[in-house]
Design a binder for this molecule. Sequence first.
Ligand code: PBG
Length: 342
Amino acid sequence: MATYENSAAQQPVPRGFPTVRPRRLRHNPLIRDVVRETTLSVQDLILPLFVRSGRGIKKEIASMPGNYQLSIDCLVDEVGDALELGVCSFILFGIPAHKDATGSGALDPEGIVQQALRALRKEYGDRALLMTDECFCEYTDHGHCGVLTEATGRLDLDNDATLPLLAEQCVSHVRAGADLVAPSGMLDGMVGAIRASLDAAGFSHVPIMSYSAKYASGFYGPFRDAAESPPQFGDRSSYQMDPANGDEALREVELDLAEGADIVMVKPALAYLDIIRRVKERFGVPVAAYNVSGEFAMIKAAAQKGWIDERRVAVEVLTGIKRAGADMILTYFARDAARWLK
Ligand code: PBG
């Protein structure tokens, strides 16, 4: 014993290498599993789906391989397949047959999303979590996210006039079966207006996931083809955020939380991982990240050229988004990831 103590006393105090060797914990797959900090699981993933009128339509979106514009019958099948894989959360985008200046199709009880919600609810009951994107850009003939005004001297989104319409759209979707509404227009006061209308309609239990920090991004390109919603003039920079701003995202999130948002979203994800992290650290609320269409398309395109390994890169990206602080990820990889993670 004394010998041992003596020899221990003679050892140099460890100062890193070679006593400390981080590689020990990477030595084999089982030890790597045991020390892994971030685990991606299928429950974290929300699959965006595009629904349009018609029957038997499953039209692939050119820039988003494996994603489709679906008529309601095909949407029901698609959701069934996803449920089989373990994907249980969906966000619906509607492509209406007719567009007009105010996006009135969005409020129609017989509108495309309302019909789709009823069909899915009838088929799957509570097995599917049905979320709805709440915005007018798919429904207006000018492609902006609400009604327009020239009051400020140029044609611009009329924030306050759009709020009651947006709230009405949400109530209509919840009546049709939506479990959660996700306003994406970046209007000031949108969460408060929606919360008040949902509560007044008896839906105080329905959560709001706000696209709180949504940037004016080039990464939405493929989506605008999918949803047929590009702005017909100008861009969305007067309502979506400047990619250069971080503190402003925290203010947006703070306001949405004060107005009653239950989940806050950062969108896009990859160029904004710092924002995801700051939001999570500052507020500690459920954070969603949208791995948007352009982020998906880049991986698909490079993989098709044989330049990267799609599965490896996609799982790496999704894991990175989660590691940054996202609790859930909206992603067009949801189905593939469910297969890969099995
Ligand atoms: C607006 C909306 C957009 C996306 C989701 N909701 C487009 C936009 O703001 O132009 C983009 C999603 C994606 O790129 O995957 N309704």
